[in-house]
Unconditional design. Structure first.
Length: 447
């Protein structure tokens, strides 16, 4: 008997659909049912068109029955963050300024997802123009707490079983942090791995596309499907598509060695939970001194972010500054005040920091650190949480992945983050999958 399709991960769902044991139509219907049941509380979606989603699924079923080729995401429902263009589907950036905006073409990554057989369910909620003002989405583990930002809806949709996969973006910590708060896997690939044409630009030096899933294998599948050269994105790598899905199921040749780093600002509850994990890992994890300059890295990243955002959002600000939150207006004003010499010198930090990261990663397989400062903050605080644990790695442009391995005393999820060398996404995925399997085995033995 096939379980509820909405409870299945992307790889399992894809395999059942391509084998004929389950239809894409049934899988899509199950996700739409879950959305209808949970959306009044969670508010993860900016737009859902159930009829259009079912039409996509029926067309995919017809293709398979006719003997047509199937893609790596055949029949799998996917949510798309509402800063990413989808043809003839609203993409409103979470702002009243752009209400009613309907693109005529898909973003590059959406085209790739459709080519691989994904069913685009709809658009997930983003914070206002993908910045820091909290969205209306609610954390599925505790609706009184934040799901993080700016990819709030994508994290919530995956964590609550509304869809097995969702796409987000990260300029500070907008994939890694929501994944940590919502208890799912969040993967931010190397800068340039996934093309960004058709996505609202906030800070071109930093903006990175990411994947949300409930397992490392599923996150790898989504990231691989989206990756590949984007001729309209100057940062896009001209390189073969990485075999991330294969890496996720391959055992490493030797048990990986992890270097443990703790950045300033970590809460005690996170420190204590991380210490327990390190003790469990034994000789596979060792603490190392902070890399030179790493403590200042998020402030440097913020300088770049605000300077570029003030340029990228100039037209939107002129169109409706009075419709922007005070927080965003203040950030834009700060960005305008940054001197060119300070902005240009900030850009040099990527190379400087990566020299230290590369040297450390010659002695270990990945860096392990908290994915967020602690558990999700209460909504009453009016914050999506601090990006302090994520900003340095976004500035470096290196791959990072959140793993839902920790929890506070109340059972609220907290993630740990693995970081790898830029361009070595497959190795990081392999190490992350090993760590998840190892900890699952340890818990099984403990029982």
């Amino acid at each position: 008997m096939v379980p509820d399709p909405a409870s299945l991960g992307a790889v399992a769902l894809r395999d059942l659909i391509t084998s004929g044991a389950l239809s894409a139509e049934a899988a899509t219907a199950a996700c739409l049912k879950r959305i209808a049941e949970t959306e009044p509380t969670l508010q993860a979606w900016a737009y859902v068109d159930g009829n259009h989603a079912m039409a996509q699924a029926k067309a995919l079923d017809a293709r398979r029955k006719a003997g047509g080729a199937v893609g790596m995401l055949h029949g799998v429902p996917v949510g798309i963050k509402d800063v990413i263009d989808t043809a003839r589907m609203p993409t409103e950036y979470g702002s009243p300024i752009t209400r009613g905006r309907v693109p005529s073409t898909d973003a590059h990554l959406v085209s790739r997802l459709r080519a691989e057989g994904a069913v685009i369910i709809g658009k997930t909620v983003t914070t206002e123009l993908a910045f820091l003002e909290p969205s209306r989405s609610r954390n599925p583990h505790d609706p009184t707490r934040s799901p993080g930002g700016s990819s709030s809806g994508s994290a919530v949709a995956v964590a609550s079983g509304q869809v097995p996969l969702a796409v987000g973006t990260q300029t500070g910590g907008s994939v890694i942090r929501p994944a940590s708060y919502c208890g799912v896997v969040g993967f931010k690939p190397s800068y340039g791995l996934i093309g960004r044409s058709g996505i609202l630009p906030q800070s071109p030096f930093l903006d990175t596309v990411g994947a949300f899933a409930r397992s490392v294998e599923d996150a790898a599948l989504l990231a691989e499907a989206m990756s590949g050269h984007d001729p309209h994105d100057t940062a896009s790598d001209i390189a073969p598509r990485p075999r991330l899905s294969d890496a996720a199921v391959q055992p490493p040749p030797l048990p990986p060695l992890l270097a443990v780093l703790t950045l300033p600002g970590v809460e005690r509850v996170m420190e204590e939970a991380l210490a327990e994990l390190i003790a469990d890992l034994g000789d596979r994890a060792h603490r190392v001194d902070a890399l030179p300059g790493l403590a200042e890295a998020d402030a440097i990243r913020r300088r770049i972010n605000l300077a570029e955002m003030s340029k990228c959002y100039y037209a939107l600000e002129r169109q409706g500054r009075d419709q922007l939150s005070q927080q965003l207006r203040d950030a834009l004003d700060e960005g305008k005040s940054i001197l060119a010499r300070d902005y240009l010198s900030a850009l040099d930090w990527r190379q400087v920091l990566n020299a230290g990261v590369d040297e450390l990663l010659t002695r270990c397989d990945a860096i392990l650190c908290p994915a967020a400062t602690g558990p999700a903050p209460e909504l009453s605080q009016g914050s999506t949480g601090s990006p302090a644990m994520n900003g340095p790695w976004t500035l470096c442009g290196v791959p990072a992945i959140t793993l839902p391995l920790l929890a506070d005393d109340g059972g609220r999820p907290m993630g740990v983050q693995l970081i790898g060398r830029r361009g070595e996404d497959a190795r990081l995925i392999r190490t992350a999958a090993w760590l998840m399997r190892r900890q699952a085995h340890e818990k099984g033995v403990a029982r």
